[in-house]
Design a protein around this ligand. Structure first.
Ligand code: PMV
Ligand code: MG
Length: 373
């Protein structure tokens, strides 16, 4: 049995702007994990494949085939939809395997997520679709024993994410794959989709070669401030907000282009501040990223920073810390960067104002849990 543990993620800066080709973001992987265990079976075209996940109940779901696509054999209400990242990951890994001359492998996948609240099932927005994508790709790549370097595995996981949702940036996938603090620049997904859709297109060239404009790498954590995470109490659906924002800014493409340029500059400043250990500039850049999001939210008429997230930010600011909404907003979590001496006080203030402080640390990429494979 092969087991991989994949960390969840949170956005630090660059949300929405990272959806544009070359758009930049900084994220952190956090120490809540999704686990994928794979038990390899027989090889060959008739090899049986099945999946167990909490989302589809205790019974294993048997996977069938329709051409190169993986499908759910016995479709109960919503099973295929609940498994769409898993099914697409399986399909792309198998396409890659066939192109590389491997015989198709049977398997059972057991997926368990600790990314949502264990007791209540409350969704915090720690990136379960990104993590499940990374987990299935990593687990199956190990079961096949592909000789794939980390960046190729990341491209395979990103292709999976873009196939399921052509509009996502892939930042969550990069953070869950790489771990720690991550600087990400999104590829041109329309261009990738065009290459991928060509008749007889092979997946291997896309997996094996770098993509123009895309980059994903680990950057150092700040030294003097630490991450604090607060939950707003409201779950949010990112894809819905992305669509609303897209429609909201459609009438003012120039203003949106200015937002994207300003966000990219802000993220570039943040990345160089992290790399040079300049905590003061890290803090200023994160504050600027939050202000840019509030401005674009006003432009689009979409609420990114909800009343709770504004409270979360103001409590932090009152203590001299910096804070902002994280991710698409509209609920989920906010993040703060706070000097360690003030961290306890910040958590208390959050509690006093109805924000739930989460016991999260940045995932440590060099621990046993943080390897690419
Ligand atoms: O809310 P989250 O953590 O899923 O983040 C969404 C971030 C966006 O930039 C708005 C969308 C994306 O795919 O990058
Ligand atoms: Mg979110």
């Amino acid at each position: 049995m092969i087991s991989v543990e994949v960390p969840g993620k949170l956005y630090v800066a660059g949300e929405y702007a990272v959806l544009e080709p070359g758009g930049a973001a900084v994220l952190v992987a956090v120490d809540r994990y999704l686990t994928v265990e794979v038990t390899p079976g027989e090889r060959g075209p008739a090899a049986r494949r099945s999946v167990t996940t909490a989302r589809t109940g205790p019974r294993p779901v048997e996977l069938g085939r329709s051409g190169t696509k993986s499908i759910v054999v016995e479709e109960n209400l919503g099973t295929a939809a609940a498994l769409r990242h898993v099914l697409t990951a399986v399909e792309l890994v198998e396409r890659y395997a066939r192109e590389q001359g491997y015989e198709v492998l049977g398997f059972h996948l057991d997926i368990r997520s600790a990314l949502d609240d264990a007791g209540t099932g409350r969704k915090f927005g720690l990136g379960s679709s990104g993590a499940v994508t990374v987990g299935v790709v990593r687990a199956l790549a190990r079961a096949y024993d592909f000789e794939l370097p980390g960046d190729a595995l990341l491209r395979l996981a990103l292709l999976t994410a873009f196939t399921v949702d052509p509009r996502c940036s892939g930042g969550d996938v990069a953070a869950s794959m790489i771990g720690g603090w991550v600087a990400y620049r999104a590829p041109d997904r329309d261009r990738l989709a065009r290459e991928f859709a060509l008749p007889g297109a092979r997946i291997s060239p896309l997996v094996d070669r770098p993509w123009p404009g895309m980059s994903a790498r680990r950057v150092p954590a700040p030294q003097g401030v630490r991450l604090a995470v607060g939950w707003s109490g409201t779950p949010a659906v990112s894809s819905g907000l992305v669509e609303l924002l897209r429609r909201g800014v459609a009438g003012d493409t120039n203003a949106y282009a200015r937002f994207v340029a300003a966000s990219n500059t802000c993220v570039a400043t943040l990345v160089s501040a992290l790399e040079s250990g300049d905590d003061a500039s890290v803090v200023t850049a994160v504050a600027a990223a939050g202000a840019l999001l509030r401005a674009v939210s006003a432009l689009a008429g979409v609420v990114v920073e909800t009343a709770e997230l504004a409270t979360l930010r103001r409590s932090a600011e009152a203590l001299g810390a910096v804070a902002k909404s994280s991710g698409a907003g509209g609920g989920d979590c906010g993040i703060a960067l706070v000097v360690p001496a003030m961290a306890g006080q910040l958590r208390q203030r959050w509690r006093d104002t109805g924000i739930v402080p989460l016991e999260l640390q940045v995932h440590q990429p060099f621990s046993a849990k943080g390897q690419y494979r």
